[in-house]
Design a protein around this ligand. Structure first.
Ligand SMILES: [Zn+2]
Ligand SMILES: [Zn+2]
Length: 355
C-alpha cells in the first residue's frame, strides 16, 4: 500500500509499505479521509523519530475484521482514536485520561496518511472506535478528534458548553471569551463557546482568511493579533477583560497577550504547544495575587470527549464543513503539510488516501 512518510515539514515522501496484517480482535480500516493537524507540523517534536507515518484525524471503512472483534463488520463507516486511556490508573480515575501512560503509548499502525491502518485490540476494547451515522461524511468525521480536544479543554476550564456542570463565574452564562489564534482549534473553540452561551467572543489571528472564518463561525469581533491589546478587549466588553482566554497559538506573544487579557476570577486555557524550550516569566503580582486567576491546560481527548464531539457534528451544532479549505490525494500530503505549517491561507487540509 502507499503511505506518505514524514521526514520534515518540507520533506514528505510517497512510499510503499506492506499492508498491515491484523490479528485477533483487531480491525483493518481503509482510510477515506485524514485531516492534517497543526501538531503534525510541530517539527521539533517529530524530527528525532522520523520517518513517521502521521495522521490521527481519520475516517474510513472497516475492510477486515479480526476474529473476536464482534461489534464491527466489513463495510462499517468509522472514525478511530489513535490514543486510548486505560480507564484504571490514578490519572484515568481522576478524570485526567489524557495523561494516562496507556494513552501515550497506544497508536494505530502506521498512521492516517496511508491507505490502510491496523487498529489494535486495545483501541477497540477501550472504546476508541466510533461508528459514523449516515449523515456524517468522512471529511466531517476527521473533525471528531480535534473537536474532542476542544470539548475537553472547555470542560476542564469549567466553561461547560450548554450550561453543563460547575460554572465558576457564579452560574452566569454570559462569559466573555478571547480566542487567540483562529486556526482549526481556535475556530472550533469559537463555535463551542458560542454554543455554550458566551456573551461576547473576540478572536485574533494574523491571517485575514482566518479572521474572516472566525467572524463567520461566531466571533463577535475578529482582529489582527498584531494590533490587539487588552485595552481593545475592554472596549468590546464594557470595560472588562476576558472571563475565559483560550490560547490557540504557539507564539510567545500569544501567551503574553493571553495572560494580560484575563479578568479577575477568570481562566486561561493553554491549548497550544509552544516553541521548543519556550519559557515565560509570569508577573505574579499583576496577574495572580488578589485576582483569583486560573491557568490551566488540556491535552487530547478521551473516548467520551470523542462521542460528544461526534454528536455535535452529527447534529450540525458545530459546522465543520465550512472549515475545509483544501483536499488532496495521498500524493499531495507534502503540499498539505506546507500549507498547514505556513498557517496562512489554509484552515483544514484533508488528505484522501484512496485518491
Ligand atoms: Zn490533532
Ligand atoms: Zn489510565
Amino acid at each position: 500500500m502507499r503511505v506518505a512518510s514524514y521526514y520534515s515539514n518540507s520533506d514528505i515522501r510517497l512510499e510503499e509499505k506492506p499492508r498491515p496484517t491484523i490479528g485477533e480482535g483487531e480491525l483493518l480500516v481503509r482510510i477515506e479521509a485524514s485531516g492534517i493537524c497543526g501538531t503534525d507540523c510541530l517539527e521539533w517534536y517529530r524530527i528525532n523519530r522520523v520517518p513517521l507515518v502521521l495522521g490521527h484525524e481519520i475516517a474510513g471503512v472497516v475492510a477486515e475484521v479480526g476474529r473476536g472483534a464482534r461489534l464491527y463488520k466489513v463495510g462499517d463507516r468509522v472514525s478511530v482514536s489513535h490514543h486510548v486511556p486505560c480507564g484504571k490508573c490514578r490519572f484515568c480515575k481522576s478524570g485526567h485520561e489524557s495523561v494516562c501512560d496507556t494513552l501515550r503509548k497506544t497508536n494505530f499502525d502506521p498512521g492516517g496518511f496511508s491507505e490502510f491502518v491496523r487498529v489494535p485490540k486495545i483501541n477497540i476494547e477501550k472504546g476508541g472506535v466510533y461508528k459514523l451515522p449516515k449523515n456524517v461524511s468522512f471529511e466531517e468525521a476527521t473533525f471528531i478528534e480535534p473537536l474532542a480536544c476542544v470539548v475537553r479543554g472547555q470542560r476542564l476550564a469549567n466553561f461547560s458548553a450548554e450550561g453543563g456542570s460547575a460554572d465558576l463565574c457564579g452560574g452566569r452564562k454570559d462569559k466573555s471569551v478571547l480566542v487567540i489564534g483562529s486556526g482549526i482549534s481556535g475556530l472550533l473553540h469559537i463555535q463551542l463557546a458560542k454554543l455554550g452561551g458566551a456573551k461576547i467572543i473576540v478572536a485574533t489571528d494574523i491571517s485575514e482568511p482566518r479572521l474572516k472564518a472566525a467572524r463567520k463561525l461566531g466571533a463577535d469581533y475578529a482582529i489582527d493579533a498584531r494590533g490587539y491589546t487588552p485595552k481593545r478587549f475592554k472596549e468590546f466588553n464594557s470595560g472588562y477583560l476576558a472571563d475565559f482566554v483560550i490560547i490557540c497559538a504557539g507564539a510567545r506573544q500569544a501567551f503574553e497577550q493571553g495572560l494580560r487579557s484575563v479578568e479577575r476570577g477568570g481562566t486561561v486555557l493553554v491549548f497550544a504547544a509552544a516553541g521548543k524550550n519556550m519559557t515565560m516569566p509570569v508577573p505574579i503580582n499583576d496577574i495572580f495575587w488578589r485576582n483569583e486567576v486560573t491557568i490551566t491546560s488540556s491535552y487530547a481527548g478521551s473516548p467520551d470527549d470523542h462521542r460528544q464531539a461526534l454528536e455535535k457534528i452529527a447534529s450540525h451544532k458545530i459546522n465543520v464543513y465550512d472549515m475545509i479549505t483544501h483536499r488532496f490525494g495521498l500524493g499531495g500530503t507534502g503540499r498539505g503539510f506546507r500549507l498547514v505549517a505556513k498557517a496562512k491561507e489554509s484552515i483544514k487540509v484533508i488528505i484522501e488516501p484512496q485518491k
